[in-house]
Design a protein around this ligand. Structure first.
Ligand SMILES: Cc1cc2nc3c(=O)[nH]c(=O)nc-3n(C[C@H](O)[C@H](O)[C@H](O)COP(=O)(O)OP(=O)(O)OC[C@H]3O[C@@H](n4cnc5c(N)ncnc54)[C@H](O)[C@@H]3O)c2cc1C
Length: 388
């Protein structure tokens, strides 16, 4: 077996090439235009769906591709490398699709998975709360029983794509009948449910997907809004969070590759002395370092995705955290270096790199910040004591 196929099989390479071909037909200018017009990348979304890319990880019997997060992360990375990442891939098929496919009732699977797989339905995911932030154990969105119904009360913040999503998968808590303690549970809240209010947050981020603050004011939901088993909430939640981290790593690696490629192109041509600026090691070496760091991050992402797809949730948890950390750091550095390589042009709208400086920070903060990953590795991997 040649070394290259040792790491990535031919079918994955073929998938990469096919997604890259689609992404390159749209490219960065498409996303820039859509964002400027406050529109959405619907054409790209639809075409990616028709090619089977969006639901590649979802079960075949519900219209998906029957593959895994390995394949979905390839889709996101390649679209990102082409300059047109689809953030909602992280949320809709990766988190929500996975949770419903693994833990949903048959009725929930029939109702949601075919639409999530063919891209005609979209689901957002809401866990972050204003007073909990990184400490998700502190969330207070609560679900109480009222007859057969559930009634949800609480607030969420920074939830992406709620305006576009048919429903949001909300992480709430229910009271354990035996212990009285609150335990996490997942609820499907339709976009227009009474008492479910959203307010867009004015972000500096230039992206088609918007973030929202949500208020759930006695939102009444039918019994089947609860996903899966009330007693397996935490397990279900973690089943969705690992794909989220792996996909964020792919998002960051794609963006980093895109920025790096623009910088390399520029450094090859731009000449202000006798040779192109890329011949100066002060320009070339940081770009080479970025390439190495992005490759390493991609390797860790592949490891995390494979562990996850093989059913090793614990092994995948550690690898997914490390991959997300490495990819976010590599992306932020690659984007920063790319902007610098272009000199003044790095800050022009024409070259479109400066806006990535903000976008690259997202992967450092969400879905879990770099410090929380360092905490995880300190405590779980290295066995160091906790300060909180
Ligand atoms: C563009 C964007 C999209 C998002 N989309 C979604 C979404 O769709 N759904 C969703 O649920 N959430 C979403 N989020 C929210 C995101 O997951 C949170 O912003 C993130 O978890 C951090 O929470 P916080 O912003 O409250 O920061 P805080 O928790 O307030 O943290 C602030 C700072 O303190 C540090 N810190 C906190 N605790 C510790 C500690 N114990 N040790 C060391 N440092 C610490 C953090 O690392 C960070 O640097 C999104 C955020 C952004 C920016």
């Amino acid at each position: 077996m040649p070394p290259s196929t040792l790491i990535e099989e031919n079918e994955h390479k073929t998938l990469r090439e096919a997604v890259a071909a689609l992404g390159n037909r749209y490219g960065r200018p498409y996303i820039t235009r859509v964002t400027r017009e406050h529109a959405h990348p619907d054409e790209l979304w639809t075409e990616a769906a028709e090619l089977g890319f969006l639901g590649v990880n979802l079960p075949e019997e519900y219209g998906g591709g029957g593959a895994g997060i390995t394949e979905l992360s390839i889709v996101l990375e390649e679209l990102g490398a082409a300059g047109c990442p689809l953030l909602m891939l992280v949320v809709s098929p990766a988190i929500c699709g996975t949770v419903i496919a693994r833990f949903g009732t048959d009725a929930q699977k029939r109702r949601w998975l075919p639409g999530l797989a063919d891209g005609t339905r979209l689901m957002a995911f809401g866990i972050t709360e204003p007073d909990a932030g990184s400490n998700s154990h502190r969330i207070t969105t609560t679900a109480r029983r009222d007859g057969a119904d559930w009634v949800l009360t609480g607030r969420k913040v920074f939830i992406s794509g709620v305006d576009r999503a048919d429903a949001t998968l909300i992480v709430g808590r229910t009271e354990d009948a035996r212990t009285g303690r609150l335990k996490p549970c997942l609820f499907i809240v339709p976009r227009d449910a009474e008492g479910f209010e959203r307010r867009p947050i004015d972000m500096e981020l230039k992206a088609a997907e918007r973030q929202f603050e949500l208020v759930l004011d006695d939102v009444r939901l039918p019994a089947d809004a609860l996903v899966g088993d009330q007693d397996a909430g935490l397990l279900q939640l973690f089943a969705g969070l690992n794909p989220e981290r792996i996909m964020t790593a792919a998002f960051a690696t794609g963006m980093g590759r895109h920025a790096l490629a623009r910088a390399v192109e520029y450094a090859r041509d731009r000449t202000v002395w006798d040779t192109p600026i890329g011949a100066h090691q002060a320009v070339a070496h940081p770009l080479a370092q970025s390439h190495i760091e992005l490759e390493l991050a991609r390797l860790m992402t592949q490891k995390a995705a494979r562990l996850y797809d093989a059913g090793d949730d614990t092994g995948a948890g550690e690898a997914a955290n490390m991959a997300k950390y490495a990819a976010a750091e590599a992306c932020a550095k690659a984007v920063d270096q790319a902007v610098h390589t272009l000199g003044g042009n790095g800050l022009t709208a024409e070259y479109g790199l400066a806006s990535l400086v903000t976008a690259a920070r997202v992967a450092r903060i969400a879905p879990v910040s770099r410090e929380m990953i360092l905490n995880y590795v300190s405590h779980r991997t290295l066995g160091l004591p906790k300060s909180y």
